[in-house]
Design a protein around this ligand. Structure first.
Ligand code: GLN
Length: 492
């Protein structure tokens, strides 16, 4: 078969179960594609062909022995923020260029238990700080829809690998939009779960009260398969929640769009930087949902103007604390020939971290410093609570809230936005993390330059099944999620 990469994850599980192809064939197929096509996209930081083939053979043997689970033998790409035993984990940074983790992240370990085959590790903004994947020490990943554009970030490698059909699904992480925004820029489906649903153990920390891993794929159905693997309580993560997980695949038809109350926040559609095509496509998708029986309800989210300043205090504050562990002493990059300990610290950090990471460490350290702590950090925490309350109030009258995932489509590589311009692009995603809510991106069409546009649906706590189900219904009635970039049509 030459077109195994065209199959959905469900079709892969069916094909494997019916012995139409083996995991080795499927894995070799993807490895060939990566070898041929990824030079143009640069989505992978590390490809692990030998390991992948060994895992594929083990999966095939298990299947022959009758011990296979649904996903046994299906390949996956992991964002290079998840620690992988024996494989380099870089977080897109020079600081961790040679870091080999002695253990697997819980998400990776769960993938192994489910029988997933690791193709490799995919690129990202350095320490997940960014919206373009350009801040990676390993260079910019390209958007498969237009190679001179960014795939978004920080999970840009995951998105690009998927949009070029170089993996059937991928892990991502979302601290302020890093699953939803690259999914939007690359025409994919991506779910940011409720905070605490997916273990953060072994996921390199950016801002711990906001970080959450989640699935990225072409459809809600494919995301549901990966969510079944990723979700669940983990005693190794103190903020992981002890709450039963849903069967996200079995629940795909569990919600009907008919009668679903979708909140449309007035403030969101009047944001200054909202691109006219993005607005039009999102409105068309809402019209479609209305045709399917949803009830559109205008709502107020009065705290919208506070999102960016609040997030850009809290996230850097937590980052400055988390990243203090990279000091050149225990692991990671170490400056050469230090004259004393202070010189070792200073130069290891100045040479090992890129400019955006350094900027955030400085902002965060400032916001947490004795004289400014109350004025900045404490105040931001209070506003964070108000933002959360704003959402909870909205959920008293609606089931889900609709928004664009980003105000624009993908930027050009090297567009060189100022930090503040870049931060403003996060307006639609960051409040969800501040409130700890789940949200999903679904592709809903293209702009005038044929770049994908995404719709975001935000749900109440623990409503992952509902979000996946609503998008699944939408995807049964439309075909945006089946569109492929030209490069994905290339055969290896
Ligand atoms: N773009 C946002 C930031 O730079 C979000 C990143 C993320 O979710 N990891 O912080």
């Amino acid at each position: 078969m030459t077109d195994l990469h065209r199959l959905s994850v469900r079709e892969m599980t069916e094909g494997l179960a019916a012995a139409q192809f083996s995991s080795r064939e499927l894995t070799e197929h993807y490895l060939k594609r990566i070898e041929k096509i990824d030079a143009q996209v640069q989505s992978y930081v590390t490809v692990t062909p030998e390991l992948a083939l060994a895992e594929a053979d083990a999966a095939d043997a298990l299947r022959k022995a009758g011990g296979a689970a649904a996903l046994t033998g299906v390949p996956i790409a992991h964002k290079d923020i998840f620690c992988t035993h024996g494989i380099k984990t870089t977080a897109g940074s020079k600081m961790l260029d040679n870091f080999i983790s002695p253990y697997d992240a819980t998400v990776v370990a769960k993938g192994k238990v489910a029988g997933l085959v690791t193709l490799g590790k995919v690129n990202m903004d350095e320490f997940a700080m960014g919206s373009t994947s350009e801040s990676s020490y390993f260079g910019a990943t390209k958007n498969p829809w237009a190679l001179d554009h960014v795939p978004g970030g920080s999970s840009g490698g995951s998105a690009a690998a998927l949009a070029a059909d170089l993996a059937p699904f991928a892990t991502g992480t979302d601290t302020g939009g890093s699953i939803r925004q690259p999914a939007s820029f690359c025409g994919l489906t991506g779910l940011k779960p409720t905070y605490g649903r997916v273990s953060r153990f072994g996921m390199i920390a950016y801002a711990s009260s906001l970080d959450q891993g989640g699935p990225m794929a072409r459809s809600a159905e494919d995301c549901a398969y990966l969510m079944n693997v990723m979700a669940g309580h983990d005693a190794k993560d103190s903020t992981s929640v002890e709450k039963d997980v849903d069967n996200y695949v079995a629940n795909l038809n569990g919600t009907t769009v008919k009668g679903l109350r979708i909140g449309i926040p007035k403030q969101y559609f009047n944001v200054a930087g909202l691109d006219a095509d993005v607005k039009a496509r999102v409105e068309e998708s809402l019209k479609k949902l209305e045709d399917m029986g949803a009830i559109l309800v205008e709502i107020d989210l009065n705290m919208t103007e506070s999102y960016v300043p609040t997030y850009y205090l809290i996230a850097p504050a937590e980052a400055s604390s988390n990243l203090s562990r990279f000091d050149g002493v225990r692991y990671g990059y170490r400056a050469e020939n230090p004259v004393d300990l202070m010189d070792l610290y200073k130069r290891s950090r100045s040479e090992g971290f890129g400019p955006e990471v350094q900027r955030r460490i400085l902002i965060g350290t400032y916001a947490l410093s004795a004289g400014y702590y109350d004025a900045y950090y404490v105040k931001a925490q209070k506003v964070r609570r108000l933002i959360q309350q704003d959402f909870l109030k909205a959920f008293e009258s609606v089931d889900v809230i609709a928004a664009p995932s980003a105000p624009t489509t993908a930027y050009r590589i090297g567009a060189n936005l100022s930090p503040v311009e870049m931060y403003l692009g996060d307006i639609y995603t960051i409040a969800v993390n501040l409130a700890g809510l789940p949200a999903i991106n679904a592709p809903v069409g293209f702009d005038k330059d044929s770049l994908p546009v995404g719709l975001q649906l935000i749900g109440n706590y623990w409503s992952e099944s509902q979000l996946l189900s609503v998008v699944h219904q939408y995807q049964q009635a439309t075909d945006w999620h089946t569109k492929r970039a030209a490069i994905a049509e290339e055969n290896a």
